[in-house]
Design a binder for this molecule. Structure first.
Ligand code: MG
Length: 341
């Protein structure tokens, strides 16, 4: 019995096949072999990051340096070493946007570095932060970028979107409006993965966000980012974070370190320990800056470190040795909880 005319049947069949391939990485590409990440699909419940069963969790890991300046550690072996040996739950791909050679002028290089990290995360089972590492708003470019990333990878639970690294000059109302646009773009393709939203003044004005948070459907599964450099940002910033947590604002420390905000100068271990205890008490995730070999305190590797790893102690700078140890100890501070949430 002929149900449909022949042309219609072919049309349906073509549509079905195209949809099948398109649902993976795009027509003509093979799907990635996926290993589930440690906590499954993450979400935000009552202001707290939770695992696939609704249990509170905190992620710990490192950020790669700006891809446009330190691309040599954006490779499969280095990433595997960070995940397996350093015990990173999460690795942040800091995709530079504005400087010469970064995404706005050299898109192919940015895509190549980012896709390497995303594929490694999916295949090895850890989370990857797709970090739009900018200091200014670039709404159209960001919309196009996140539309593509969410369409291509939004069905993998490994992906976390960070849509604006550190706003410097923009007010919260400007950042908020930008964020709502980008969130809507991502949600067109990906209804559920985590989205990290920047806060003004290098991610320090979290108290302003707490007074006027994003609401409605755009607020689902988002967290706001706080960044600190312990030798510069101490108790005053923790006080702002306490204020935001008091209003149940979901927070994520997507960049932090122990020295001054320049990334250089001596490490203030006392302030770092205060922050680590604080983050532990409030079950905040933290990602440490950075895997790079620049001549500065925060770059964890020396120039003699191989691009692929493994890295023994001789090629780790003091900050690298410290962070590696903290990660291997599961991100649990030496002291126990003092400030329960
Ligand atoms: Mg999804």
């Amino acid at each position: 019995m002929k149900i449909f005319p022949r042309d219609t049947t072919i049309c349906f069949l073509s549509f079905f096949l195209l949809s099948f391939f398109y649902s993976f990485e795009g027509f003509g590409q093979s799907p990635l072999k996926s290993r589930p990440p440690r906590y499954g699909a993450l979400s935000v419940t009552d202001g707290q990051l939770t695992d696939s069963r609704g249990k509170p969790v905190a992620l710990h890991g490192v950020s790669l340096g700006w891809h446009n300046w330190w691309p040599r550690f954006y490779n499969t072996d280095a990433l595997k070493h960070l995940h397996k040996s350093w015990k990173c739950h999460v690795i942040r791909a800091a995709i530079g946007i504005e400087p010469q050679g970064a995404l706005l002028t050299h898109r192919a290089k940015a895509d190549s570095c980012l896709n390497t990290v995303i594929a490694s995360a999916i295949q090895n089972g850890y989370y990857v932060i797709v970090d739009w590492h900018s200091h200014q708003r670039h709404l159209e470019e960001a919309r196009e970028f996140f539309s593509e990333i969410s369409r291509q990878y939004g069905h993998y639970p490994h992906i976390i979107y960070e849509i604006f690294n550190e706003p410097t000059d923009d007010s919260w109302s400007e950042v908020k409006s930008y964020a709502e646009e980008i969130i809507r773009t991502i949600r067109t393709h990906d209804p559920d993965n985590l989205i990290l939203v920047g806060s003004p003044h290098w991610d320090q004005d979290i108290h302003l966000v707490a007074d006027d948070p994003i609401t409605g459907p755009e607020a689902e599964n988002i967290l706001y980012t706080v960044h600190f450099y312990a030798a510069t940002h101490g108790e005053f910033l923790r006080e702002r974070v306490r204020y935001a947590l008091g209003k149940s604002l979901p927070l994520f420390v997507s960049e932090c370190a122990g020295m001054e905000a320049s990334g250089d100068g001596p490490i203030n271990y006392e302030e770092w320990n205060a922050w680590e205890q604080f983050m532990y008490d409030h079950q905040l995730s933290w990602v440490v800056w950075s895997i790079a070999d620049k001549d500065e305190t925060c770059s964890m590797l020396t120039p003699s470190a191989s691009s692929e790893g493994p890295w023994d102690e001789s090629v780790l700078k003091p900050w690298g040795k410290f962070v590696k140890t903290r990660l291997q100890q599961g991100g649990k501070p030496v002291l126990r909880s003092k400030e329960g949430r």
